[in-house]
Design a protein around this ligand. Structure first.
Ligand code: PAF
Length: 282
């Protein structure tokens, strides 16, 4: 395993790999790695000769200082885990200074409206922060393929849009959500939940599954009202939004169209931790 903390050394190492005709995959992460991340890394290893895993808690995508400070960090454990997966992994762990210098701010992006709903509505500036860091990684690593989990489905669609608008050659690959035994979508934030809440948070996935079973016969409004009522009955969780939307445009579903793929999206607070999840409905 190779470890870099400066862009310059990373790019010259990758240039040498390219000159040996090696393909490169990229898995951007914010660390506190779990099985969800490892599944992305394994897929990237299957499809590329070398895989760069970036570990960087990106300050510009956090709208709350407290959330940034509490974001779990465990670099030693992350490196040990990646080391146990494959020798072919190249880890990039830059400092905030290496990425932003003394100007810690995002660029401004046009995402064709994909950033105006759900996460974008509730987390001001979040997607400009994500766009800024992902574009920087894509430009420095120049991967053939970059891998993102579908848990952050809106983020995945936004990164696809950004790569398209910026004419970046890299293929953006979405990977299925990995779940804990009780059904909770895997996330670094889950570490901050109490053991009981973590188990009871299966309620989020169960709600999505029931929404899916209702989708054939009930309207989006009816399902959304039902989901809100379910959360009102469960004081352990505070629902921020439940939204059924077109998975390509992310616009809320009004009237069901036969040729459109729909997903239910959810954001919930539990133990003061913000959790998101989604499920394809048709
Ligand atoms: O999904 C994440 O962990 C982050 O948003 C990403 C893509 C690594 C950018 O910081």
């Amino acid at each position: 395993m190779h470890l870099f903390d400066h862009k310059k050394e990373l790019t010259s190492f990758l240039l040498a790999e390219r000159n040996k005709n090696r393909t490169i995959g990229l898995v951007p992460t914010m660390g506190a790695l779990h099985e969800g991340h490892i599944s992305l890394v394994k897929k990237a290893l299957e499809e590329n000769d070398r895989v760069v895993v970036s570990i960087f808690v990106n300050p510009t995508q956090f709208d709350k200082k407290d959330d940034l400070e509490k974001y779990p960090r465990n670099l030693d454990r992350d490196l040990a885990l990646l080391g146990s997966v494959s020798e072919k992994i190249i880890v990039f762990v830059p400092s905030v200074d290496e990425i932003y210098g003394d100007d810690i701010k995002s660029q401004s992006y046009e995402f064709d409206g994909l950033d105006k709903v759900m996460e974008g509505k509730f987390r001001q500036g979040h997607f400009d922060g994500v766009g800024t860091i992902v574009e920087l990684f894509l430009r420095n690593v120049s991967p053939d393929k970059a891998y993102f989990g579908e848990k952050d489905f809106q983020q995945l669609q936004i990164i696809r849009k950004m790569a398209d608008f910026k004419k970046l050659k890299c293929k953006i690959i979405g990977c299925p959500i990995e779940r804990e035994p009780h059904g909770l979508a895997m996330s670094s934030r889950n570490e901050r939940l109490s053991k009981t809440t973590r188990e009871k948070a299966s309620f989020i996935y169960e709600t999505l599954q029931t929404a899916k079973s209702k989708f054939g016969t009930e309207s989006a409004t009816k399902i959304t009202d039902w989901a809100k009522e379910e959360f009102e009955k469960n004081p352990l969780f505070e629902l921020e939004y439940f939204q059924i939307a077109d998975e390509d445009t992310l616009t809320p579903m009004l009237k069901k169209q036969n040729d459109t793929k729909y997903r239910a999206f959810i954001a919930v607070y539990a133990d003061g931790v913000r959790l998101i999840d989604n499920l394809r409905l048709n």
